[in-house]
Write a new protein. Sequence first.
Lengths: 396, 396
Amino acid sequence: MQAFEYYSPTKLVFGLGCIKDKLSAEIKARGYHKVLLTYGGGSIKRNGLYDLVKSELTAAGCAIFELSGIEPNPRVTSVDAGAAMCKEHGIDLVLAVGGGSTMDASKAICAAACYNGPAWDLVLDGSKIKAALPLFTINTIAATGSEYDNAGVITNWDTKEKLPIGSPLLWPQVSFLDPSLTYTVPAIQTVAGSCDMMSHFFEAYFVRDLSPIAQGLIEAAERIAITYTPKALQEPTNYEARAKLLWASTLGCNGIACLGSSATIFPCHAIEHEVSAYYDITHGIGLAIITPRLLRFWLEKDPTVAPRYVDLATNIFGLRRDDYESEEALIEAGLKALEDFYASLGVPSGLSKLGVGSEHFAAMAEHIKTHWIASFDYCYVPMTNEDIVTVLDRSL
Amino acid sequence: MQAFEYYSPTKLVFGLGCIKDKLSAEIKARGYHKVLLTYGGGSIKRNGLYDLVKSELTAAGCAIFELSGIEPNPRVTSVDAGAAMCKEHGIDLVLAVGGGSTMDASKAICAAACYNGPAWDLVLDGSKIKAALPLFTINTIAATGSEYDNAGVITNWDTKEKLPIGSPLLWPQVSFLDPSLTYTVPAIQTVAGSCDMMSHFFEAYFVRDLSPIAQGLIEAAERIAITYTPKALQEPTNYEARAKLLWASTLGCNGIACLGSSATIFPCHAIEHEVSAYYDITHGIGLAIITPRLLRFWLEKDPTVAPRYVDLATNIFGLRRDDYESEEALIEAGLKALEDFYASLGVPSGLSKLGVGSEHFAAMAEHIKTHWIASFDYCYVPMTNEDIVTVLDRSL
């Protein structure tokens, strides 16, 4: 087992109707008075959440400022705008209401509000984050787990970069998780969210030294995604399906699935971020397309990693060793089950279906090497630039 | 899935040699200067840990006060003594070095140091805890998980009571977990620790509505106990075995294994606490004796709970449904595997081997009904006083 430090101080409030009265109580208990309410395209106005949040903030005696229109793949321009509002109005709490994009942008806003300079500085060098405003989140989609981690991903459209921002100061203080808020998530976003969640856990699963506690947790989360995503699609207001997906996704990025294992460098995320920085495709869909190609590439390059692929087949997809004539056949059936599962959700068969071409692949691989959180030498199976391009080519 | 709130703010520092330099750094970062060092019978002086801790505290510029001799099944008299020292010397940090007893007593000391009155008041009514000194722990045994929860168990020898104390204020601030510190744990305590850990997870497993994430985590933890306890006994300095047991045990009581499930009332712990309050037997051993009797009683009283017993047999003990002619036979094999496992560790076949008689069983059942954290009406299978006595009788 590997050494680690772990600190995950966000208070989680989970359940049906968990915002009413509790949001105002948590704010009052901490004495906040000036709130920047951040959200995306306005779906929260259609489903009643906006009104509920406003009434809670009013009950807590807060002055309310709003930043709406935060984009999918949130842009640093929105972060700078939010930080300017915080400075101008003396905001003492940021309340993010939405999905991963809104929460990620809001974390960057919390940091940039306490920094003299452009927010992109803090993306490029997280050690420059010396203070941050407190953040509450109300998460409306089972996907990124941003409600329970201290990082986000910000896109700079000028430089074609999509990079993580992170700091121990960026844990949300309180995150509210009401599964019923995800009833109205469109099917395509439900799929993308589950694919993102699955990728977070796969990133922690395909490591050289996997802690057995982490393995149990990850396999349970993957089984939940496989079982309950189709249920949520068939019956969008199925509380149990939505709740199980939401809770699993919440644990996808806070570190607990990695503790005791060899470090993961989140390679699939690294590759997908490059693609969506160039083409603005939906993150979760990109991950679902790349994942099986990446897994097949690793096994091809280094067959000694086969045992984890057996676990994938048996412990996640419930296949039985006895039903296959060889371990290779079992592994192939597991990978096929994963591909079939993604296809059953309507994930396109390749990136080319989303308008992606190969022209920037070499540049993407080069960019990963210089800008990602760690070198691909520390990948499950170490990868060269050429290897990254191969995986991207096969994902087309 | 059930609603929940979750807040688990302890910083964990895990790994070989994790105390050196890091203990002093964590203290200096928080500016503490007067430390009450608490420990038990002095084993920490034999294995070098005491000297290491003293040198770290000295490096952090701390004045050191000591409370030694904290008992197994720690007594409220020790708590009162520690609290008096804190008040007398203006202690600003309590550092518990030892196992569950030392950590539990130290939590109570942290609370009682900020209270005018006897510590037992705070056991009887946790809402009286309005403030508490900060606590660091250095855990030396894989067992209670007290290093990562906000509760403890205190014994009042005068009233023959062993009761929990808890408060949101009692989370340790930082807990250090070096698996090599558990190399010198005697075999019987290694066994008792694993049995305690297993019971914590079983308490969260045998509930009506088990969250699938919790199920995955719990089954992994039980498999770790079953696999690595014998390894640690055969080879006490096996780092991997000790590390896996220590990390699993750390997650046993912080709540994560319960999130989303129906609430557990920790019934096996309730019953065992009664026995050890009267007879001062080793907690983990008492749990291991009572557990299979309790599980068999539940199944007998309400056969509809059988599916979880199938999970126990298949997911924890790795038995295959196809190898048994009926589900009943599979369940019986799972329960037998559990009993055989405890026996293989040297757990006595019954409480009578530890000097326990039946004379106080009725009083114990009555005491549980009035003093435990919740009524046995909310047990996995609701239990009357007579049912509790039946389980105790069968455990003799």
